[in-house]
Structures are given as C-alpha cells and as structure tokens.
Ligand binder design. Structure first.
Ligand code: SF4
Ligand code: SF4
Length: 387
C-alpha cells in the first residue's frame, strides 16, 4: 500500500478524472476509513468566485469524482470553504456557482449552508492554540482535504496544508496575518490548523495548476496528474518537487519537517507512480517570504543589519499601474493598513507592509505582483520572476 499515489490525468474529461482517482485511491487504499452512513466534510479550495478554467479552484470534475467514490461507499458528503471576505450564504452561493459546484450536487453531495463559527482550543498547537473555526468541519465524522497546486505570494506554494486557512472565517483571516507577519510563524499556524482538522485523506488537483502570480491571478499550467495521500505534508512535499521547489523553499514544509511530520524528501516513502514523469522544471514559481538572520554583528547593530537585510531580501507587492483600475479593494483588505489610494492608484507604505500578499491575492485585475529587488533577480536567488 502506497503512502502517496500519483496517477496520470491529461484532461478534466469526467471519465478520465474518475479513472485516475480510482487508480490513485486504490494504490494508497485511501478510502478504507469510509463506512456507510459516515458524514464527510470536504474542505475544497474554493478561494474565490472563479471559473474552473482559471485554475484558481479545484476543478468540478475532480470534486465530482471524489464525491462519486464516497457515495459508492455509502457516505454523505458536504462541501465547503471560507474564502476571503464575509462568510455568508449570499457570498458562498456566488462562489459555488462560479466554481461549478453543481457538478458535486448532481453526484449527491450537499454544498455547505451552515455558516456558523465555533471557537475551538488546540493545546497541541505551536501557534494557534485557540481560534474560530467554520463549524461544518467540526460536525463531520471525517474531513477530506481537496486542494489545488498553485503558487502563493506569501507561502510560495498552496496545496494541502495551506488549504486549511479556509477553516478560519474570511473576515477573521486578516487578523491572523497581522498577528503572525513572519512567514515561519504563519506557517506554523497553517500546520496547526491542518493538524487540528486532521483530514483523513488529501486529494490534489494537479491536472492543471497555477503558475506565476498565484493563488488567484496566475496562469494555468498543465501538470497532468492527481495526487492522493493520507498525509498532507507528504502530498505537499511531492507537489513542491513537481514545480521545482524543495522542502526548504516552502515555509509550511519547513515547519512540518521541523515538527517531525514529514521527511526532507520522498526517500523512505512508498510512492505509487513516478513523480519525475509529472515534473515541470520551468514552472514559474514565486519566492516565499523568508526570515533572514545574518548575525553579522551583535547587539543593536546586529538587529539593525538584520532588519535592513530582511527589507532588501523579502519579496514585496509591486503595482503594475497599467493593469490597475483603481477599485481600492487592495486598500480595503490590507490588514496592516499599509495601502492608501491616491489619484485612484494604491500607494504602499513598505515600512508598514507585513508581506502577507492579501492585496495581490484579492486584486481582481492581477495588477499587484510579487516583486523582488533587481539584484536578487539577477542573482537568481528566489526563483523566476512572475510575469
Ligand atoms: S485591487 Fe488591484 S485594481 Fe484595485 S486598486 Fe488595488 S491594485 Fe488597482
Ligand atoms: S500592502 Fe499588501 S502585502 Fe503589504 S500588508 Fe498590505 S495586503 Fe499585505
């Protein structure tokens, strides 16, 4: 039985997706926990009201196939997410509709209509020991993580673990960014959320991923496989490898390795399918925020040098003025209040910016990119520049 399974899937044609999923699930014996009558909540990546062809959300054909296999085993299924913004019926209905979730309903699933939130405690957490959680996940007998492989401005990559930031109601998310501005601390929060939710199965839609200005305004890129594992950290490790990243490049993977939840690489794991067959070496990644500690000098001087180095090396949001329509959404969502609108253009105060990239994620025109200093691009320090 495999710890991780990759199955080739060259299109979103329903029959092909279903066959690929069956192959991967069988190889990993991944649905052995499902019993008749079980209530399963699928936490799908439905980050925004985006059409499936944009590759920003899990494709409906993949959602449909997962539901079909669960229904065959006698489970009832509810599908949900809490994207940025208000967590209300009106907002989620428009997300479900845009993302094509009626396909899951046709297969017998329900779309989550319970928008209540419960305060939960997680004493085992490194950072998030207490947080508000979307209640539908708490009411299920088992949770399934249905994620999408994409680039991400702050975390470098979003996949199985990052998907659980959607357990936090949308309006509360900026508070987390503000409380945990450091990427490694925020990564520990994400690992805490994932570990708390304890999904029994993770399925990744890497048929067509998103490269460049992800997670919402990047470019669809064919990868050609579905991945299945009961260990989301392992699934993330494999996905990072497909797009040319290592565990050290992705803050959530660094945290998982540090916490002993996954190894540095795939050696020692039983893998069905050959990851090298699906690798995309020229996948356009974005550099994750990194913590810089030069310690070139002690005391106050060392701190000043650390701060200056961090400022130089940390990616920042960069406006492409000709793509901006002056809507002001970036200023509205910025948790650090680092953006003011002047002459219908955002001005970013880099001294206040906490590098969360919420502005880049929620700009409807993709006018904000992940920027780096030209000298770092020249040195190739942090992966290719997003276009
Ligand atoms: S959200 Fe995007 S389009 Fe709107 S003002 Fe900000 S940068 Fe411009
Ligand atoms: S300017 Fe953008 S990246 Fe900086 S804190 Fe505001 S939303 Fe986050």
């Amino acid at each position: 039985m495999a710890d991780l399974a990759l199955a080739p899937c060259g299109s979103y044609q329903e029959r092909e997706v279903e066959q690929a999923l069956r192959t991967a699930v069988e190889a990993a014996d991944a649905m052995d926990f499902v019993v008749p009558g079980m209530r399963i909540a699928i936490k799908a990546n439905l980050v925004a009201a985006m059409k499936p062809e944009s590759a920003g959300t899990v494709h409906p054909s993949v959602v449909r196939a997962v539901v079909k296999l669960l229904r065959e085993r006698g489970a009832s299924v509810v599908i949900g997410d809490s994207p940025g913004g208000v967590y209300t019926a009106g907002r989620l209905h428009s997300v479900y509709q845009a993302c094509g979730m009626e396909a899951a309903v046709e297969e017998g699933a329900q779309l989550n209509e319970d928008f209540s939130v419960e305060e939960v405690e997680y004493p085992g957490a490194v950072q998030a020991k207490r947080f508000p959680c979307t209640a539908y996940l708490l009411k299920a007998d088992a949770v399934i993580d249905l994620c999408k492989l994409k680039t991400h401005g702050m975390m470098g990559m979003t996949c199985a673990v990052k998907n659980f930031f959607g357990a936090i109601p949308g309006t509360i998310k900026p508070e987390f960014h503000y409380k945990y501005p450091n990427a490694d601390d925020f990564a520990d929060v994400l690992v805490d959320l994932y570990e708390f939710a304890a999904p029994r199965l993770c399925v990744c839609d890497a048929v067509i991923g998103m490269e460049g200005n992800g997670p919402t305004q990047g470019t669809p890129r064919e990868i050609g496989c579905l991945l299945v594992s009961k260990n989301g950290h392992l699934l993330d490790l494999a996905c990072a490898g497909l797009i040319g990243l290592s565990a050290g490049d992705v803050p959530t993977l660094r945290a998982a390795v540090r916490r002993g939840l996954v190894g540095q690489d795939l050696s020692g794991y039983r893998v069905f399918g050959n990851p090298a067959d699906f690798a995309v070496p020229d996948f356009r990644t974005v550099p994750a925020q990194s913590t810089v500690h030069f310690r070139l000098a002690g005391g106050m001087l060392g701190k000043i040098m650390d701060k200056a180095a961090s400022r130089i090396l940390t990616p920042f949001p960069k406006l492409v003025p000709e793509e901006c329509v002056g809507c002001g959404k970036c200023a509205g969502i910025c948790p650090a209040k680092a953006i003011v609108m002047k002459n219908k253009r955002p001005r970013i105060d880099r001294g206040k910016c906490i590098h969360c990239f919420c502005c880049q994620e929620f700009c409807p025109k993709g006018a904000l990119k992940v920027g780096r200093l030209w000298i770092l691009r020249l040195l190739g320090k942090s992966g290719p520049s997003p276009r």
